[in-house]
Write a protein that binds this ligand. Structure first.
Ligand code: ZN
Length: 170
């Protein structure tokens, strides 16, 4: 295969620091009654420009932080700034967010937990699949540069999603 390699799991200390913040945002989401996902955008100079968390509890299931980032970036950043930005996220983008990210021309994605991990945990806990296929980012947007998962954060994220599964099962 000479095409894009699937992942570069060599995460730097800076990558991990940003991912830890995403996990904090994910925890805020869970605590607020939403789902445990958090994401942020870092610009070319390393500054965090925007961060958000999942906000689906109000009934709009498209309120994913990665989607908010894409819309924010389309409004606030030039095409060059978008291409030079890196988006960090606690859970790999879903197909909707992968598409939005690619359509607005954002740069690299670094995720802490993969969609494959999230799906396998759901199955393990007896939950059915969600309404959208858990495709990897590059199955939706093949030219995006992607890194992850972060093994250092796997257990913490698994715990957050387990809490969600237990809450939803009540
Ligand atoms: Zn999404």
């Amino acid at each position: 295969m000479t095409a894009m390699e699937p992942t570069d799991s060599e995460l730097t200390a800076t990558d991990l620091a940003h991912l830890r913040r995403c996990v904090e945002l994910a925890r805020e989401g869970l605590d607020a009654g939403d789902e445990p996902f958090g994401s942020l955008l870092v610009d070319a100079s390393g500054v965090v420009r925007f961060e958000d968390r999942n906000r689906v509890a109000g009934g709009d299931a498209t309120r994913h932080p990665e989607f908010e980032i894409a819309r924010w970036a389309a409004e606030e950043l030039s095409p060059e700034e978008r291409a030079a930005s890196v988006v960090y996220t606690s859970g790999e983008h879903c197909p909707m967010c992968s598409a939005a990210h690619a359509w607005v021309g954002l740069g690299r994605i670094v995720y802490a937990a993969s969609s494959e991990q999230l799906s396998s945990w759901r199955a393990e806990w007896g939950l059915g699949p969600g309404p959208v296929a858990a495709l990897p980012i590059q199955a939706v947007a093949p030219r995006l540069v992607v890194a992850g998962p972060a093994v250092e954060l796997t257990e913490e994220i698994r715990q957050l999603h387990h809490q969600l599964a237990q809450r939803d099962g009540e």
